[in-house]
Write a protein that binds this ligand. Structure first.
Ligand code: FAD
Ligand code: SF4
Length: 514
């Protein structure tokens, strides 16, 4: 019997429990416990298969969450929250923990509109990837996680003012559907939900998968996929200490089927470090796309108590065809500080205004702005090159101008647009005219992204994509990819729900083959 089988069956295995090198064996090994990997693990275990889920990060309990945004990011995000692109500089937020992004995200669950899937299916030869094809899978995930619109009693003023501003301008808006049960509106989704209302994977799909016999091994960094085209044999890597990243014992997991769900950056790195596996098309690590976010702060005459309210409770899908989506947001003040301009007394005054401040953001479908992901020397971290296209910059600036209009329609006395080279504060809709197509460079925006796509894209044509419609790697019998890397194009809305619906469908397809 192997080391890992002798102890702790039925629980999540953690760093302190690895005493020596070990080997394991399963029907399926799933690499990565984010939304996609967790849905795959649960559904395959439910179908009666022996599944091992491997995760590099540690599990977190509520007492281990840190409300200080900077400390939280250092503990739960890749490269301590300092991962960024070269080319056009942009910070990138990616989780390293049991549950992946679901532990530290805002729980927004949004189905992309029909026109997105129409484009996916026609431009990328994906005939069975229409919204109608995927709706039953969205429904199954929604039922499992209890996804429902955010009720007004936990919205708080900063979310409801967004609705009021949209109403005043005749812009459609809606309460955000989220995977929460009993949300108290504490506004701290991004540092971990201490009341465990958010149905992150570590308290939803993963424990249910364990009940069905799945085994979950954390603090294991997969460094190599074993085997070669057309058949892989499992994965290998090292035990890794939480937070320090120090590696120790070696492990191997032999499996008849391998599912890579390590996320849009790590999966292409793994393939490239495994002898450029599954790259006959040359598309592994290419086509990288983001939804960069631009946040605008608005200061109101009255106190808003902005720490109260669902982290991201309201949204508008009215501008998706123009290329952006509008949302409300909140974050720990230490993290919001990057959006507060000025020095000395100015800075102190602006911090003093935080109780009257709402933050609303726009995410842009910058599909013209492409990048690449390549391995860093002697590291599993990526080198990420990405350039913001001038046309996409225009879309982002337009979204900031629309946010300005909504702020002033809702009664804001001033906004902080967050664009270098433009006034730090704007006091009226007339002054906001400076936001209309200003001459600024891509580096002028204060932006970041946690939505990342397309580095192992789906394409019906094996010469143009890495996986087929079921997530199976072209040219392979038993290698699958299930994460946002398989999206053929950015989805224009928050991606978690879509990657889970796709994973639900993939698990069915794979389950039928095993
Ligand atoms: C701060 C933040 C807020 C967000 N808000 C929302 C939101 O409200 N709604 C929404 O739809 N989306 C949101 N997102 C995006 C969403 O969380 C991601 O798109 C989603 O988590 C992607 O799922 P995934 O399964 O593809 O990958 P991930 O969630 O990234 O999971 C991949 C997992 O694989 C593990 N892994 C990586 N490499 C290895 C390796 N070599 N060995 C073993 N394990 C490995 C990682 O540690 C990670 O746990 C947010 C993301 C962040 C970071
Ligand atoms: S707003 Fe607070 S209570 Fe609600 S899901 Fe987020 S962290 Fe949990």
């Amino acid at each position: 019997m192997s080391e890992a089988e002798t102890e702790n069956d039925g629980e999540v295995r953690v760093f302190a429990q690895y005493a020596r090198d070990f080997e394991e064996e399963a029907d399926v090994v799933v690499v990565g416990s984010g939304p996609a990997g967790s849905v795959m693990t649960y559904e395959l275990a439910r179908a009666g298969h022996r599944v091992i889920l491997v995760e590099e990060g540690p599990p977190f309990t509520p007492s281990e969450f840190r409300a200080d945004g900077n400390i939280s990011m250092a503990r739960t995000l890749r490269e301590g929250g300092l991962r960024s692109t070269t080319g056009t500089f942009m910070p990138i937020l990616q989780a390293i923990c049991l549950g992946g992004g679901s532990l530290v995200n805002s729980a927004m669950c949004v189905r992309p509109p029909n026109f997105i899937f129409d484009e996916w299916s026609t431009r990328f030869d994906l005939e069975r990837t229409t919204r109608a094809d995927l709706d039953p899978h969205f429904d199954a995930v929604s039922d499992f996680l209890g996804i429902a619109p955010t009720p007004d009693d936990v919205q708080g003023p900063r979310n409801l003012l967004f609705r009021d501003g949209c109403d005043a301008l005749g812009i459609e808006s809606e309460s955000v559907a989220r995977n929460v049960r009993g949300c108290r509106g504490s506004g701290e989704c991004l540092t971990g939900c201490r009341s465990r209302a958010k149905q992150s994977m570590d308290i939803s799909y993963i424990p249910e998968a364990i009940k069905l016999g799945a085994r979950v091994l954390t603090s294991l960094q997969v460094q190599q996929v074993l085997g070669e085209e057309p058949k892989v044999r499992g994965v290998a890597g090292k035990v890794v200490e939480p937070f320090s990243g120090r590696t120790s014992h070696s492990f191997k997991i032999h499996a008849r089927w391998v599912v890579l769900a390590a996320g849009c950056m790590a999966t292409p790195i793994l393939l490239q470090k495994s002898g450029d596996l599954a790259n006959a098309s040359g598309q592994v690590g290419r086509n990288l796309q983001f939804h960069p976010g631009a946040a605008v702060a608005g200061v109101f005459p009255e106190e808003l108590n902005p720490v109260f309210g669902a982290t991201q409770g309201y949204q508008s899908l009215a501008f998706l065809r123009e290329g952006f989506k509008l949302e409300t947001m909140w974050s720990a003040p230490a993290a919001l500080a990057v959006r507060v301009p000025g020095l000395g007394a100015d800075l102190v005054r602006r911090f003093g205004e935080l109780p009257r401040t709402a933050i609303w953001d726009a995410i842009a479908s910058t599909h013209r702005s492409l990048g690449t992901v390549k391995p860093r020397f002697r590291s599993m971290n990526p080198v990420i090159r990405w350039q913001l296209d001038p046309e996409d910059l225009k879309v982002m600036l337009r979204s900031i101008h629309v946010l300005a209009q909504i702020f002033f329609a809702a009664g804001a006395e001033k906004i902080l647009p967050g664009v270098h080279g433009l006034p730090q504060e704007i006091h009226s809709i007339e002054e906001a005219e400076v936001l209309r197509e200003p001459e600024v460079s891509p580096g002028s925006l204060v932006t970041a992204s946690s939505h990342i796509f397309c580095t192992t894209r789906m394409h019906g044509d094996p010469a143009k994509g890495v996986v087929d419609e079921t997530g199976a790697c072209h040219g392979f019998d038993n290698l699958y990819i299930a994460d946002t890397g398989i999206f053929p194009r950015c989805p224009s809305v928050n991606p978690m729900f879509t990657v889970m619906a796709l994973a639900h469908r993939q698990a069915q397809a794979l389950g039928e083959r095993i």
